[in-house]
Ligand binder design. Structure first.
Ligand SMILES: Nc1nc2c(ncn2[C@@H]2O[C@H](COP(=O)(O)OP(=O)(O)OP(=O)(O)O)[C@@H](O)[C@H]2O)c(=O)[nH]1
Ligand SMILES: [Mg+2]
Length: 462
């Protein structure tokens, strides 16, 4: 940014930032789902897209051979991310030895080999051929709900985890014998997508994808767990400053009732995509209600943010008006992050306000999304229990690390530990509702609280 600024001033900075955003937003990802006929490929494609088999645009599934040609299924709302439902390997028209050429393997970023029941020779052949072509594959052992159901009928049914571990071991051994020892194996069920190895599957794919593709992959995922929603929130949070920068510099459009100029149409578009990213648009909510068997109204009632309910120019201008007070915290934060900050600040530009507004909307939409998920499945989701924020602070009296859980059903929970002692604190019942709070610990909590507003140095270090 510094370099761009020296080269062509703020105009050059905006061009570059815009360019980097567009690279992210336009990244293509093509994932092939392959395996034997009847393994459950089409059902898996639907589940990964957050659709049930009967939904409009869903892949056709069935007990007889159904998929005859590689078929593209773009994610609803994310046309750049496509799941390819491939025909079964080893069917007469797609013989194993010529399979990869027949399905045009070059167009896929990676393959998911789906197997149900027994491990077959075809799986090894396919995996080897994929690796030979310099592509990556992940091995998914599907329909594990069936396996568990079958063992439950035994006289002395083993523990669920034992059964799963046995299947995992068998797949790994068989792949190992074929010289594919480092293959990644995941046990999944398309009927209970969020269970079993889904989180590990998602984490692995995300970790192994290049940056811009990871962005596309993560945002297109249906909001199946609290952990996914939280990851989306963090990912989007990282680009908020870029959106704020572009919208405040790109066009000088005066806004009624506000003392600054900013391009509201950019904000409008972005906020609408946030709403979709968190599954709060009308179509996503309707699909979720259908899948979870809950009345749509019950899910809608969990959407409490202004934006979650309606997005238009007036709403955005109203939110900007409210956000003007939030500027000060942002000033401190950005002084260290953006070298051209001085130039921005002196222009009296809407950057802080826009940044504060977008960040706040993001937090509120993510919280809405978590509540909707809990309502849909009547359960607290795994991600809500995890430690999701870590921040390193320093002040004249020392340093400390804050780790906390986002306000969820049971309020926020924070652990502060540092050079002066430690504190644990829980407060509030629900996001912004004052409720009970308690704290315990030893050290400098009271002084620390005084610093918090002034001495923040680095945040989101994770
Ligand atoms: N129990 C259970 N059944 C599944 C699962 N996934 C798919 N099925 C069933 O398996 C059958 C085959 O599923 P499809 O998705 O059509 O399989 P496919 O691999 O696309 O089959 P082809 O297109 O013929 O190659 C259907 O009856 C599905 O309902 C699962 O995770 N659990
Ligand atoms: Mg099929």
């Amino acid at each position: 940014i510094q370099e761009a600024y020296e080269l062509g001033g703020l105009a050059e900075v905006v061009t570059r930032v815009q360019c980097s955003l567009e690279t992210l937003w336009n990244a293509r990802l093509d994932v092939a789902v392959t395996g034997e006929s009847g393994a459950g490929k089409s059902t898996f494609v639907n589940a990964l897209r957050g659709l049930s088999d009967e939904d409009e645009g869903a892949a056709q599934t069935g007990v007889t051979e159904t998929t005859a040609q590689p078929t593209a299924y773009p994610y609803p709302g994310y046309p750049n991310v496509t799941l390819w439902d491939l025909p079964g390997i080893g069917t007469p028209s797609f013989r194993a030895d010529r399979y990869l050429e027949a399905v045009d393997f070059t167009r896929y970023d990676f393959f998911i080999i789906l197997a149900s029941e027994r491990f077959k020779e075809n799986h090894v052949r396919l995996a080897r051929a994929i690796v030979e072509q310099g592509k990556r594959f992940y091995f998914v052992r599907a329909k594990v709900d069936n396996d568990l159901e079958a063992t439950r009928r035994r006289k002395n049914p083993p523990e669920e985890e034992e059964v799963l571990e046995e299947i995992r071991r068998d797949c790994r051994e068989r792949l190992g014998q074929a010289g594919l020892g480092d293959a990644k194996v995941f046990l999944l069920s398309s009927f209970e997508m969020e269970k079993y190895d889904f989180q590990a599957f998602e984490d692995t794919l995300e970790r192994e994808l290049p940056g811009h593709k990871r962005h596309a992959f993560l945002l297109s995922l249906p909001n199946l767990s609290g952990a996914i929603i939280e990851k989306k929130r963090q990912l989007l949070h990282q680009e908020v400053w870029k959106v704020a920068l572009v919208s405040s510099l790109v066009a000088a459009v005066p806004l009624p009732g506000l003392a600054f100029t900013c391009d509201v149409s950019i904000l409008l578009r972005k906020l609408a995509t946030y709403r979709q990213d968190f599954g709060l648009d009308a179509a996503s909510l309707a699909r979720l209600a259908e899948r979870a068997g809950k009345p749509l109204e019950a899910l809608r009632a969990e959407v409490r943010s202004v934006l979650g309910r309606s997005i238009n120019k007036e709403v955005v201008i109203g939110l900007l008006g409210k956000a003007t007070g939030g500027g000060l915290v942002v000033v401190n934060f950005f002084f260290h992050r953006i070298p051209i900050y001085g130039a921005l600040a002196s222009g009296g530009i809407s950057f802080h306000t826009t940044y504060s507004m977008l960040s706040l909307c993001l937090e509120e939409l993510a919280a809405d999304s978590q509540r909707v998920l809990v309502k849909a499945f009547d359960t607290r989701t795994p991600g809500q229990d995890s430690w999701v924020l870590s921040e390193l602070w320093e002040g004249s009296g020392g340093w400390w690390l804050e780790q906390g859980r986002e306000p969820g059903l049971l309020g926020s929970l924070w652990l502060w530990a540092g050079s002066g002692g430690w504190w644990l604190e829980q407060g509030g019942l629900g996001a912004r509702t004052p409720g009970f709070s308690w704290s315990a610990g030893r050290g400098w909590r009271r002084r620390r609280r005084g610093w918090r507003r002034r001495r923040r140095r680095k945040s989101h270090l994770q």
